[in-house]
Design a protein around this ligand. Structure first.
Ligand code: SF4
Ligand code: SF4
Length: 732
């Protein structure tokens, strides 16, 4: 060992010792913070499925590849990070001796070949990612980007480290080539040989370049260890457990979509018959009341801003960005952690749990952080502003896009639950809806005995459950379908088509009440449970004696479709629920409905969030429309998984939209930009929102918003003038 190697060895050992010590300390700190969360025992079920999904999602980059160029570039960088970590290890041999290398595999040509090409592709990948970050930097002329609010220096730092580590990998190899210490052939390692041709035959160069590479790598480790909230770096490790513990490992995408989690206390579902707010946790009022998976979610956020770029609230000037919400919760959790780890925290009656002695050594900043309300305005020092909390439509675009499977909607609804159930604090205008749900069983407060009014004037009898011997489908009409004029047209169109196709169906009529979706999404789990239990009882009675596959329900409202199909199981109601567009697509394919006249003028389709993203029904409505228009749909730029919300979900239908541009107007502008004369929808709330948007733009004469079922009916029964049949009948 020469004098240069003695120095490089000492330097490498010293910086590595410091970095490893800090990293161990950081991992212990993060683990301690995450463990502060509430239990979530269900996350340990299905370990096999979880392992498989984690490997597929990480190795295959199945979520990232949706953003194809970024996804491909990130894949090469990720593979480069994992495989080329071996070359960082090899550098420890190279600081000791210029000819050093990894034992055994370090002499295999295949290892040289693989690392060479992963290094080259990693270089290309990181340059692409750096270019994309620079092109989208928030300070660029032209305004907000997905990186707005991200900690930009951290992203630049991580990218430069990757770039320099890769470059120094080739410099080490180059010096080895130049000094004849390199044993891989030119065909396997062309770049290393090219670099070697340009470098002097300086033997010490190998060890010097190796110690620089180690120093860069360890500086990275030191910096991230001193910044445990640096998700852009930590996600390299945390993404694996976060994906492993996702809510539903069976789902291909959107694990945190569809049903909401039941309210839990100490990891057990809350039973409202016995629940006591002084003993049981009602939603989330303190950051440590999220589950440990919630705290892991917050720690894993990479600050990539994909969620933000798709969020309808953020895109229309509201204060909500799902990314910033996650970052606020993360920063608050870590800042408050010293107080919590010292034993601090409030019990459910609001009393401090720790003694003065326990808190005596806690940092003053942590104590101040602990005093901040989780939900509160800037003046109150709140972590999350109420306007942020109530801007969410629960559309799920954030969850859909998040590459590390963060479950934003669950966290938002958990915070809403506490606000509504304990604080009675929510936008006042939604109070009318909640009162109507409690007293009348529907959000409009319409009399229950008018639920069947939509059947009047149809040319056939609509059978009721109990009045018929048997039925194949229970037609769940929904409150909008029963009481709201536009939605009634859809109800009538569906009933007419089912009758035309010879489907045996029956309705509950006055036995139906609201599915409970708006109550659950606003956070009023109590009212949801009340309505849902009643409906589950009614439905179980209606289907008595039938196995699950024969307990078939067709619903026109995607919110009912989601609630009945995905959430009633939590209350003992197992049904096979289809959306009307799925059943209609099946009936057309089976030849039971025959579109005869093409609907012209161009048709575009707006995906309802609770049908599309939340339940992955993208094809059926498009098939029905394709059959009805006998041609191609005109797609909007934001469609299918990336569809843009109408603004009504998450009980936003019942709240005023006071901040920013109206979401429905944004969506209508996009729909109208296609030039289509018909905007087809598959949800009564989308219909209301988009109709309002079209009318607000004074385009009601030129553009029509209409349900997929009505479009099909016009094609199947062209003898009736478009739209008139349903309209007249409703009026009658
Ligand atoms: S659910 Fe939709 S509105 Fe809510 S934060 Fe996510 S993207 Fe934004
Ligand atoms: S998409 Fe996921 S990882 Fe990216 S900023 Fe949003 S929450 Fe964080």
């Amino acid at each position: 060992m020469g004098s240069v190697q003695i120095v490089t060895t000492i330097l490498a050992a010293a910086i590595t010792a410091v970095a490893v010590w800090l990293a161990v300390r950081a991992v212990m700190k993060m683990t301690a913070v995450i463990r502060l969360g509430q239990p979530a025992p269900e996350r340990f079920a299905d370990k096999g499925a979880r392992t498989k999904k984690m490997l597929v999602e990480t190795a295959g980059h199945t979520r990232m590849l949706k953003w194809s160029v970024v996804g491909a570039a990130h894949w090469f960088v990720m593979v480069g990070f994992i495989v080329l970590s071996l070359l960082v290890l090899e550098a420890y041999f190279e600081v000791v001796t210029p000819g050093g290398g990894l034992p055994i595999i370090g002499h295999w040509t295949i290892f040289g070949l693989a690392t060479e090409w992963i290094g080259i592709l990693g270089l290309a990948g990181i340059l692409v990612l750096m270019g994309i970050r620079l092109r989208n930097r928030p300070t660029r002329p032209g305004g907000r980007s997905r990186f707005t609010g991200s900690t930009m220096w951290q992203g630049y730092f991580v990218e430069w480290v990757v770039l320099l580590v890769l470059i120094f990998g080739f410099v080490i190899r180059g010096f080895k080539v130049a000094t004849d210490h390199f044993e891989y052939p030119v065909w396997a390692t062309p770049l290393s040989h090219a670099v070697g041709a340009a470098l002097p035959a300086w033997t010490a160069g190998v060890s010097v370049a190796a110690v620089i590479k180690i120093a860069i790598s360890m500086t990275w480790l030191i910096v991230i260890s001193l910044n445990v909230t640096m998700g852009v770096a930590w996600h390299r490790f945390l993404a694996f457990p976060n994906i492993f513990f996702k809510r539903d490992p069976e789902k291909a995408a959107g694990s945190g979509l569809g049903p909401l989690r039941p309210m839990t206390s100490e990891g057990k579902p809350l039973d409202f018959e016995e629940a006591d707010p002084e003993k049981d946790q009602f939603g989330v009022a303190q950051v440590e009341q999220f589950t440990w998976k919630g705290l892991l979610d917050f720690s894993t956020c990479t600050e990539c801003g994909r969620c933000q770029s798709q969020c309808p609230a953020w895109n229309t000037g509201k204060p909500l960005s799902p990314k910033l919400l996650v970052l606020s919760l993360r920063d608050h959790a870590y800042a408050k952690a010293p107080y919590l780890l010292a034993g601090g925290g409030k019990d459910l009656t609001g009393e401090e749990k720790a003694t003065q002695e326990q808190l005596a050594g806690v940092d003053v900043l942590a104590m101040a952080e602990a005093d901040r309300p989780l939900i509160g305005t800037a003046e109150e020092g709140g972590v999350i502003d109420p306007d942020v909390l109530w801007s969410c439509t629960t559309c799920g675009a954030c969850v859909e896009q998040c590459p590390v499977d963060i479950e934003h909607v669950d966290h938002i609804v958990d915070m809403r639950r506490y606000q509504v159930l304990i604080e009675s604090s929510f936008p006042s205008e939604a109070g009318v809806m909640l009162r109507n749900l409690e007293n009348k069983g529907n959000p409009w407060g319409a009399p229950q005995n008018t639920r069947e009014d939509w059947t009047k004037g149809l040319g056939f009898e609509v059978p009721r459950v109990g009045e018929v011997e048997d039925f194949e489908y229970l037609f769940w009409v929904g409150c909008a379908g029963a009481f709201e004029d536009r939605a009634k047209k859809t109800t009538r169109a569906v009933a007419t088509l089912l009758n035309e196709a010879g489907v045996s169906f029956a309705i509950l009529g006055e036995g139906e009440t609201c599915s409970g979706d708006p109550a659950r999404r606003i956070g009023n789990e109590f009212v949801f449970q009340m309505l849902a239990q009643q409906n589950v009882e009614t439905l179980n009675e209606a289907f008595e004696g039938r196995e699950k596959s024969k307990r078939k329900i067709v619903a026109t409202c995607p919110h009912c479709f989601n609630t009945l199909g995905n959430e009633y199981g939590q209350l003992g109601g197992e049904f096979e629920v289809v959306h009307h567009t799925q059943l209609l697509a099946h009936l057309v394919a089976a030849g039971k409905l025959t579109p005869v006249q093409p609907v012209d003028g161009g048709v575009t389709y707006h995906d309802p969030c609770y049908l599309g993203r939340h339940n992955r029904v993208f094809a059926a409505p498009r098939e029905v429309l394709g059959d009805a228009i006998q041609g191609e749909l005109t797609e909007m730029p934001r469609n299918s998984e990336r569809s843009f919300c109408c603004g009504a979900g998450g009980a936003r239908m019942w709240m005023e939209e006071k901040i920013g541009k109206r979401i429905n107007v944004d969506r209508v502008e996009e729909a109208m930009s296609t030039g289509a004369k018909t905007i087809a929808v598959g949800c009564p709330f989308c219909s209301t929102m988009l109709n309002d948007g079209v009318n607000g733009k004074g385009a009601g004469e030129q553009v029509e918003v209409v349900d997929v079922a009505s479009v099909l009916l016009r094609s199947v029964k062209p003898d009736a003038p478009a739209g008139e049949k349903e309209t007249e009948a409703v009026a009658g």
